[in-house]
Write a new protein. Structure first.
Length: 136
């Protein structure tokens, strides 16, 4: 159980670090007092954060042990992405001029986690269908 948890958490952490590196590279330097256009914010900050959150969950789900029950699967899959979303939201609150950007960071992260869980569920359902083919 423990090696599977550590492998899943480590994989999610590596995806988080890679995602942060990409987001830092994409984020333009803004002069103090100037605002970034909403399109730039969406494409350079919010979309990469959403994708990073989703890929963290998928990576953790792929690296966890296959024979683990659902409760352990969530324990392997959600802690690192959940903490990353909370931390990202708190950092967003510290650097935000209003509550809206912080809520957007939180929303991006939560929707990314939900999308990652959806992808894991779709792959699990596909594997189950392949294991038990329709007899007719």
């Amino acid at each position: 159980m423990m090696p599977g948890l550590l492998r899943a958490w480590g994989g999610a952490l590596l995806v988080l670090l890679a995602g942060i590196a990409v987001m830092i590279r994409l984020t333009p330097r803004v002069v103090a007092g100037a605002s970034m256009p909403m399109t730039d914010q969406a494409l350079r900050i919010h979309l990469p954060w959403f994708v990073t959150s989703a890929v963290m969950v998928v990576a953790a789900g792929a690296l966890r042990g296959r024979s683990s029950p659902a409760r352990r699967s969530l324990l392997a899959t959600l802690p690192v992405p959940g903490l990353a979303v909370l931390t990202g939201t708190l950092i967003g609150v510290a650097g935000a001029t209003s509550a809206l950007p912080a809520l957007l960071y939180l929303g991006d992260g939560v929707l990314g986690i939900a999308a990652g869980l959806l992808v894991i569920g779709l792959f699990a359902r596909r594997e189950e269908a392949l294991a038990y083919p329709y007899p007719g």
